[in-house]
Ligand binder design. Sequence first.
Ligand code: DAH
Length: 345
Amino acid sequence: MLDQITALKSEALSRLSGVTDAGSLEAWRVEYLGKSGRLGALMGGLKDVPKDQKPAVGAALNEARGTLEAALAERKASVAASPVAEERVDVTEPGRVVSFGPGRRHIITRVIDELVEVFGRMGFDVADGPELEDDGHNFVKLNIPPSHPARDPIDNFYVDPPGSSASPRMLRSQTSTVQIRVMERAVAGGDGRLRGPIKVVAPGRVYRPDTVDATHSFMFHQIEGLYIDRGVTLVDLKSTLLHFARSYFGPEAMVRLRPSFFPFTEPSAEFDMRIRLRPDQPPRWIELGGCGMVHPNVLEGCGIDSEEWTGFAFGFGIERLAMGKYGIPDIRLLFQNDVRFLRQV
Ligand code: DAH
């Protein structure tokens, strides 16, 4: 038995030294070390070995298995390292022709970039905040009282059950949250007072559990504007909106404010713009969004002295603008990511 083991071992090792590819290596492994391989067969014979020889034979079998496994691992490494003809890449081969052409930015991304560019020329920086918010930033700090209908759990995507903590998490329902984030950031550190003006726009996604149809989606985009300085008035708000309208839509654009109510602004207004969305259409009024002078409660809640600083804010939806501008009849087209649509716009 001991002689058989020695013979098998040396045969296996000498065969192994001639193996140069992964396929024969595997065949070798199956023949000698596999489940019904030859070493296994010898091991099966151990039960017939006289009792006094069992320890020695068992040890020799184990030693043989160890040696063969080690030799296999070593061989495997050297086979893998040596170049194999079939796997070589022919770098001189001409590339394949790609039929779909280069990609392009999504229409919403493009409109956001345009808006940021126009507001950027008017001195607005870009700010952002988390989409996973808490109701402190989405409501409380925006002066929206607990009884306000906008806080109804039915109309919001709460992540934590409302009332489960001091400020349960939710997907933000408006980019006005970023106003709070920016003001908090501006007073944080230092002596806890606002040190200079804030002038930002914040584009981003917002979420509301609306039933999806041609004009509604549970996720859409808004852009928020916030300007805080000493002596900012409603005149600055209106002229900013007008200047924006003329820069983005052309010199004939007009702006109209209609008195309205938002908890975080006082006074508040809705604003419309009379614009020619497409060259082939006459100019018409479209309701764009809300605006107003930042409510003193909101400023004070963020640690900003409302006697020293005043500001305006505005916010409007991006899809409406994009759809009007590009003649897109259904909001769902924007988010289905059908390349036949994406390629056209
Ligand atoms: N957040 C409001 C909405 O989603 C829009 C809005 C109104 C934003 C007034 C403002 C504002 O900044 O001052 O309906």
